[in-house]
Design a protein around this ligand. Structure first.
Ligand code: SF4
Length: 390
């Protein structure tokens, strides 16, 4: 049977393994703690499209209204109602969206636009692949007398790691390829990924000349091929335990992951054990939130433990003990700083507190204060990172 796919439904197939798609398509419940943060931030940014805010209060009012609605009623996706959001995650998403909107306005355009294509890469048959785009807007590219009309497909990302390669993902290329079908008059298609945490915007453009059209058509073909590959063996897809387990929503219940964990392949056993442990830990923390969970000889749960943090007098006390009445001079200040042994985080925090975002002095300061060194780190790396390294 051929199905309708989206970037979300192809993700388990591509990022995890074919069996993860079986879990996904059978509606296996997943922990939504991380997902709901993004859902809430996206919803607020969609409502903010085209609006100009004059104060933080205005932004917070919009964010609070949207968040309250999502916590109470959830959100529909393609007409299907979704469960209410996990409050803690929704509040985190709300804060992210508020901070983003404090940095910049959202362009006027259409939010949450559904673009699609049929199995032949056109618009005549049933939808084979659907992309839900966060924001689509029109703009002009070029100089005053020499401009081209462009359609921008914008995708919000809440991961810290979002960088320039985000515009080259299957998801964003797919959005551009579908936008070309839906907006035949646009001369340029722009893929725009926004890092909601840092405010950075990454763009890639495809000019719709002969070469650009061929590129867009190729992306559509590639997606359709992937949809065909994803259809194969539905319900009995092969498991491929490995790196993909680390981000798999189903690692805590997947028997193939469990078997690999008990096998003789040391690296595979470690990766799958790590995936399973992280997945179980997330579920356990949630389950133990209100009550202890008994295990033979002990319990899993939360305990209050004393831990130290700097008091409000810390800075005064350090200064008093360092200098007393002896006064300041450059050497003493330097001596104090060296005793405090500032690490990379403290130096970065100093830069953030001292220079506005985008101020070149921030980069100059960091270049001067930090140096790069090669250190050996043990871990598990995916094939892409490995190939980039070599
Ligand atoms: S846990 Fe691993 S093997 Fe199991 S479905 Fe997920 S990626 Fe596949």
């Amino acid at each position: 049977m051929s199905r309708t796919y989206s970037s979300s439904s192809l993700k388990p197939f591509l990022k995890n393994c074919p069996k993860a798609l079986d879990f996904y398509q059978s509606g296996t419940p997943v922990d939504r703690t991380d997902l709901d943060r993004g859902v809430c931030a996206h919803a607020i940014l969609e409502y903010a499209a085209g609006r100009t805010f004059h104060s933080r209060e205005e932004i917070e009012k919009l964010a609070d209204d949207v968040t309250a609605e999502l916590i109470a009623h959830g959100r529909a996706f393609r007409g299907e109602p979704q469960p209410p959001l996990v409050p803690e995650s929704a509040f985190e998403g709300r804060d992210l969206a508020v901070e983003y909107l404090m940095m910049t306005d959202v362009p006027r355009g259409d939010a949450e636009v559904e673009l699609w294509m049929d199995a032949k890469g056109g618009h005549d048959g049933e939808a084979r692949y659907v992309a839900l785009v966060d924001l689509v807007y029109r703009t002009e590219i070029g100089e005053e007398d020499d401009t081209l009309s462009a359609i921008v497909v914008r995708d919000y990302k809440t991961a810290w790691s979002t960088g320039p390669d985000e515009t080259e993902t299957l998801q964003m290329r797919g959005q551009a390829a579908l936008a070309a079908l839906h907006y035949p008059d646009a001369q340029v298609i722009v893929r725009e990924a926004v890092n909601v945490r840092t405010g950075a915007v990454y763009r890639s453009e495809t000019l719709r000349d002969e070469e650009g059209e061929a590129q867009l058509a190729l992306w559509r073909e590639n997606i359709l091929r992937l949809c065909d590959a994803a259809d194969a063996n539905a319900g009995a897809r092969m498991a491929r335990p490995g790196y993909g387990c680390l981000s798999c929503w189903y690692a805590d219940r997947c028997e193939d992951c469990l078997s690999a964990m008990q096998g003789d392949d040391l690296a595979l056993a470690w990766v799958t054990a790590k995936a399973r442990m992280e997945s179980l830990q997330k579920a356990l923390r949630k389950a133990a939130k209100d009550r202890d969970l008994k295990v033979p000889g002990g319990v899993a749960g939360y305990r209050k433990k004393a831990s130290r943090r700097p008091s409000e007098y810390a800075a005064d006390v350090i200064i008093e003990y360092s200098y007393g009445n002896t006064g300041w001079n450059e050497d003493r200040v330097k001596g104090l700083l060296m005793k405090l042994k500032p690490g990379v985080t403290q130096i970065e925090n100093f830069a953030k507190a001292s220079f506005e975002r985008g101020d070149v002095r921030r980069d100059d300061f960091l270049d001067a204060a930090l140096e790069t060194q090669q250190v050996a780190r043990f871990g598990v790396w995916n094939d892409k990172e490995e190939n980039n390294e070599k």
